[in-house]
Design a protein around this ligand. Structure first.
Ligand code: CDP
Ligand code: CDP
Length: 226
């Protein structure tokens, strides 16, 4: 009897969460939910409206009131806010620099938590982020904590940005990622931390396919015992 698992994947920036989570979801016929894209969308909207990242009330109210839609086209998370396509806009270095400050706001995280639990409520989902296994879906069937060395993660992000035509300095990108990781790990509300029952997978020397296979194995084991 097939069981619709709930799979939580957390880890720092550039570990491969979205890439791997998406493929796992596709292989299992599950829904993939990119919670980072949700925080990025709120960060973009707050920049767009000229709000300071300290304006917690304003930012939480953005999250409550924007009509945020995620869809998946050709292995890409497409995001719209009130019908406006912000898929590329939420990935710019400007948004990457602000998003972790916005994501610290407890009132915003509260709104997101509810939306994310609703999205996962029927099961058969792979959700990735920072606090999925610890806060959003603490009862997930499978929890994975994906990591890779900071050098490798910066290199991956640099390659992605270069492909998109952004001219960024590798060492500057590395320090920006390190500072975002630090902010994410040290914040009060739902920090980035490995859940005690999460399985760590270090992808520094793994291909995308190897990481996917490891997670699919965990899923198979789980389906066989339950
Ligand atoms: O793709 P990348 O790893 O660069 O980041 P992301 O997954 O798009 O997430 C962007 C930011 O959103 C993170 O650095 C966190 O500050 C925040 N975030 C969060 O706080 N909680 C989540 N569940 C997901 C993302
Ligand atoms: O979501 P997260 O920030 O953790 O990572 P991502 O957005 O999936 O980006 C990871 C990048 O590294 C992508 O360009 C992948 O093609 C590449 N990559 C990977 O994800 N996993 C590997 N084992 C090797 C490379």
């Amino acid at each position: 009897k097939p069981k619709h698992l709930v799979i939580a994947i957390d880890g720092p920036a550039g570990a491969g969460k979205s890439t791997v989570a998406q493929i796992v979801a596709q292989r299992l016929g599950y829904t993939y939910i990119d919670t980072g894209a949700m925080y990025r969308a709120v960060a973009w909207e707050s920049i767009h409206r000229g709000l300071s990242s300290c304006d917690s009330g304003g930012i939480a109210s953005i999250a409550k009131n924007i009509n945020l839609k995620l869809s998946y086209v050709n292995g890409m998370t497409n995001v719209t806010i009130n019908g406006l396509d912000v898929t590329d806009a939420i990935r710019t270095p400007e948004v990457s620099k602000t998003v972790s400050s916005v994501a610290q706001i407890p009132a915003l995280r509260q709104v997101m938590l509810k939306m994310q639990r609703d999205m996962a409520s029927s099961g058969g989902v792979v959700m990735d982020g920072r606090d999925i296994g610890t806060h959003v879906l603490p009862g997930a069937d499978i929890k994975v904590f994906l990591t890779a060395s900071i050098k490798e993660r910066a290199k991956r992000r640099w390659e992605e940005l270069s492909d998109k035509g952004f001219d960024v300095d590798l060492s500057q990108l590395e320090s920006e990622i390190a500072s975002r990781d630090k902010q994410d790990c040290e914040r009060e509300a739902a920090p980035l931390v490995k859940a005690p029952d999460a399985i760590p997978i270090d992808t520094t020397n793994l291909s995308i396919d190897e990481a996917v296979q490891q997670i699919l194995c965990l899923c198979e084991e789980k389906m066989n015992v339950s």
